[in-house]
Design a binder for this molecule. Structure first.
Ligand SMILES: NC(=O)c1ccc[n+]([C@@H]2O[C@H](COP(=O)([O-])OP(=O)(O)OC[C@H]3O[C@@H](n4cnc5c(N)ncnc54)[C@H](O)[C@@H]3O)[C@@H](O)[C@H]2O)c1
Ligand SMILES: O=C(O)CC[C@@H](O)C(=O)O
Length: 417
C-alpha cells in the first residue's frame, strides 16, 4: 500500500489500462515505480468498449490500432496521460487531448532501425523478383530466370519523408552501393551521399525503388495515387511501411495489374484488422509480386522491449514528478525530483490552463493572499495551453489546490505528493 498525501491518489489506486499486447517491459517498469493497479489486454477495444473502460482509468497505453477519438476522450474523466507505445500518434485526437489537458507520449525512435532493416530487405528481395519466384515454387512451378532481376548496387532508392526512418534507411542502403535520393517538405541535411530532390515528381521520375516514410497527416492523405504511379519509372519497386492512408490502394492495385510497378511491399493499410482473429481484406491479395505484412515494421523483440520501457518511463515520470518532456501535444517541462524521503517538506502542484493572459499573475496573487510560499515554479506554454508546476510547503497544499482550481481558465489541477 502506497501512502499518499490526503489530496493526491495513492499509487495503488491509480488505474492503468494497457491494450494491444504491450511488451512485458512496460509492466515491469510500471511495477518498479510502484504502480500495481494494471490491466493489460492483448487486443484493442471497440469504441463502445473504450468509452466504458476509459471513464475509470488514469493512464492508458496503446499501439496503432486503438482509436482515441474526441468522442472516446470526452468520457475520459480521470485520464491523466496517454502512452502510444509506438512512433505514430495519428490514432489519438491530439487536439482533443490537448484541450482536456492530457499529454500524449510516444517512443519516437525505438523501432526506427527495425523498420529500416525490413524495408531494405524487402527492396533486395523485390529487385530480384524473389516473392514471385517463391510463390511459384510453393505451387510446384520452377521459374529459373534472370529476366527483370537486378542488383541493388548503383540503383536509385527514392525515399519520401527523410526523417528518423528515412535517414536510417538511406545510410543502410548506401552500404550496399545504392544511390539515395529523398523528398521531404523540409530542407534536410543529407547523410552520406544522399541528395534531396526538389519535387516529389522529380524523385518519382528517377527512383528504381520508392519507399514511403511520412506521417499520416491531412497533407499526406493519398499522396501517392494514380498520377504519382504514372510518374514513376516503368518497372519501379514500391514500398510503404508508413501509414495505409498515404497510398490510394486501388491505384496501386491498378499499377501492379498493368505491370507499371514490378513489385511492392506493403506493411500498412487504409483499413487494418482489429485483431489477429479477424480476416484481412485487400485488393492486393493474390499478387505474387507483392509482399504483404501485417503492420509489423516495428515489431521486433528489441524494438518492443525498448518501447515498453521508454513510454512507461515517460508515463511514470509525468505521474511522479510532472515532467512532460517529449509529450507531442503538450508544453514540455523537464523537472528535478523535488522529494527527498523523510527530508523534504514541499509538495508539488500541477496546473494546466487555457493559454490566456494573466493566469500566472492570478495564481501568484491568490497564493500571496493566503501566505503560501512558493519554493519553485516552472511554466511552459504552447499555442493552446499553459502548464505551471509549483513547489510549495506541504502544510499549505490543500489550500493551494483549492485556490488553483478556482483560477479562471483552469483545465485541471492536481497535487503530486
Ligand atoms: N510500419 C511500422 O510498423 C511503422 C513503424 C514506425 C513508424 N511508422 C510510420 O512511419 C512514419 C515515419 O516515421 P519517422 O520516425 O521517420 O517519422 P519522422 O517524423 O522522423 O519523419 C517523417 C518525415 O516526413 C516528412 N514529411 C512530413 N510530411 C511530408 C510530406 N507531405 N511530404 C514529404 N515529407 C513529409 C517530415 O518532414 C519528416 O522528415 C511514422 O509517422 C509512422 O506513421 C510505421
Ligand atoms: O506497434 C504498432 O502498432 C505500430 C507500429 C508503428 O506503426 C509505429 O507507429 O510505431
Amino acid at each position: 500500500m502506497t501512502i499518499a498525501n490526503k489530496n493526491s491518489l495513492a499509487k495503488d489506486k491509480i488505474k492503468i489500462l494497457l491494450l494491444e499486447g504491450l511488451h512485458p517491459s512496460s509492466i515491469e517498469e510500471l511495477k518498479l515505480k510502484g504502480y500495481s493497479n494494471i490491466e493489460s489486454l492483448k487486443t484493442s477495444l471497440s469504441e463502445s468498449e473504450l468509452i466504458e473502460k476509459i471513464a475509470d482509468v488514469h493512464f492508458i497505453g496503446i499501439r496503432s490500432r486503438t482509436q482515441l477519438t474526441d468522442k472516446v476522450l470526452s468520457h475520459a474523466n480521470k485520464l491523466v496521460a496517454i502512452g502510444c507505445f509506438c512512433i505514430g500518434t495519428n490514432q489519438v485526437d491530439l487536439k482533443a487531448a490537448q484541450n482536456l489537458g492530457i499529454p500524449v507520449f510516444n517512443a519516437p525512435f525505438s523501432n526506427t532501425r527495425s523498420v529500416a532493416e525490413l524495408v531494405l530487405g524487402e527492396a533486395l528481395l523485390l529487385l530480384r523478383g524473389i516473392p514471385e519466384k517463391s510463390a511459384k515454387a510453393h505451387r510446384g512451378e520452377w521459374f529459373k530466370s534472370a529476366v527483370g532481376s537486378v542488383e541493388a548496387r548503383g540503383k536509385v532508392l527514392g525515399i519520401i519523408g527523410y526523417g528518423h526512418i528515412g535517414m536510417q534507411l538511406g545510410i543502410l542502403a548506401e552500404t550496399l552501393g545504392m544511390r539515395v535520393h529523398f523528398y521531404d517538405i523540409e530542407t534536410k541535411l543529407p547523410l552520406g551521399n544522399a541528395r534531396q530532390s526538389p519535387t516529389l515528381e522529380s524523385l518519382l521520375a528517377e527512383a528504381d525503388v520508392v519507399s514511403l516514410h511520412v506521417p499520416e497527416t491531412a497533407q499526406t492523405h493519398n499522396m501517392i495515387a494514380q498520377a504519382q504511379f504514372s510518374a514513376m519509372k516503368d518497372g519501379a519497386i514500391f514500398i510503404n511501411a508508413s501509414r495505409g492512408t498515404v497510398v490510394d490502394i486501388n491505384a496501386l492495385a491498378q499499377a501492379l495489374e498493368c505491370k507499371k510497378i514490378a513489385g511492392a511491399a506493403i506493411d500498412v493499410f487504409p483499413v487494418e484488422p482489429k485483431s489477429n482473429d479477424d480476416e484481412f481484406f485487400s485488393p492486393l491479395r493474390g499478387f505474387d509480386n507483392v509482399i504483404l505484412t501485417p503492420h509489423i515494421g516495428g515489431s521486433t523483440k528489441e524494438a518492443q522491449a525498448n518501447i515498453g520501457l521508454e513510454v512507461a518511463t515517460k508515463l511514470t515520470k509525468y505521474s511522479d514528478n510532472g515532467s512532460s518532456l517529449s509529450a507531442v501535444n503538450f508544453p514540455e517541462v523537464s523537472l528535478p525530483d523535488h522529494t527527498i524521503p523523510g527530508l523534504t517538506s514541499t509538495s508539488r502542484l500541477l496546473h494546466i490552463h487555457h493559454n490566456q493572459p494573466g493566469v500566472l499573475t492570478k495564481i501568484n496573487n491568490a497564493f500571496a493572499e493566503h501566505n503560501i510560499n512558493i519554493a519553485a515554479q516552472y511554466l511552459q506554454t504552447d499555442d493552446k495551453i499553459g502548464y505551471v508546476v509549483i513547489d510549495i510547503d506541504s502544510q499549505d497544499s490543500e489550500q493551494a489546490l483549492k485556490e488553483l482550481k478556482q483560477i479562471e481558465g483552469t483545465i485541471r489541477a492536481r497535487i503530486l505528493h
